[in-house]
Design a protein around this ligand. Structure first.
Ligand code: URA
Length: 268
């Protein structure tokens, strides 16, 4: 079977490429025999078959071209709705982290949550499941939230938090985020906060603080007071993964949660 040019164009648009056997060269003419004709009856050799004429045309899938990397355009991201933002994150190729990820980790929770929690970056479990804070640190975060009557599961906006990270893709071997990766991912977090319009933000750990407050001061120096991100009160506290290794600071993290509750009660 052979395909017309139009059919071929349609197949290619569907990701299929028409493979046609290359033309087989005409066989070389037999050299003139120099020896005298044998006396025996001559046996006719079968006529050579042109392979190309009997091979069917085969349709083979086209390998998708490698997607180019492109920076996230902050201006475009700032105008996105939830659906567009989710799609943009899912297809993001703005930095090298896209090469090694299994899933992007967008965030979970109420789209108009009163509380927004901002962590650092997905780890192994988060990368596998596509949800933030599902490993050991996540279990501690869930307990901390439960202690103040909050949850990541279904609930009204005053109870169900929204949890997001500064990075949406896992850094290899859980290394620290690079400044360039934070910069590329920042428009997504900014837009999430703008859409949620939280009444209070809990910034957990130094990378959340660096992104949202532009501060590299240690957590110990920033916690215990009220900061602001775009007019929203922001409380700095320790990252749950740090608290797993430094149990003595759990009491301080508890104070931070109490401070956040106070601020919110005073606002409402
Ligand atoms: N640590 C984070 O900061 N975020 C996650 O999603 C998991 C671990």
């Amino acid at each position: 079977m052979s395909w017309s040019e139009r059919q071929q164009a349609m197949l290619e648009a569907m990701g299929l490429r028409v493979w046609t056997a290359p033309p087989v060269p005409e066989p070389e003419p037999e050299p003139e025999p120099t020896a005298p004709e044998p006396v025996l009856a001559k046996v006719e050799a079968p006529a050579p078959v042109r392979v190309a004429s009997v091979l069917p045309q085969i349709v083979v899938p086209v390998q998708p071209a490698e997607q180019p990397r492109a920076p996230a355009a902050a201006g475009a991201v700032a105008a996105m709705d939830w659906t567009q933002l989710r799609e943009a994150v899912a297809g993001c190729r703005a930095c090298g982290l896209c090469e090694g990820r299994k899933h992007t980790v967008f965030g979970v929770g109420h789209e108009r949550a009163h509380w927004m929690v901002v962590g650092e970056a997905p780890g192994e479990q988060e990368d596998l499941q596509g949800e933030p804070f599902v490993g050991q640190a996540g279990k501690l975060l869930d307990s901390m939230l439960r202690a103040i009557g909050l949850t990541r599961a279904d609930g009204p906006p005053e109870k169900q938090v929204f949890i997001a990270n500064t990075l949406k893709c896992r850094p290899p071997r859980n290394r620290n985020p690079e400044p360039e990766e934070l910069a590329q991912c920042e428009p997504y977090l900014n837009r999430q906060i703008a859409l949620v319009q939280p009444r209070i933000i809990l910034a957990m750990g130094r990378f959340a603080v660096q992104s949202l407050l532009r501060s590299s001061e240690p957590i110990g120096r920033l916690r215990g007071r009220v900061h602001e991100y775009q007019g929203v009160p922001l409380i700095v506290t320790y990252h749950p993964a740090y608290l797993l290794r430094n149990l003595v600071d759990k009491a301080r993290a508890w104070e931070d949660l109490c401070l956040a509750m106070d601020v919110l009660q005073r606002k409402t």
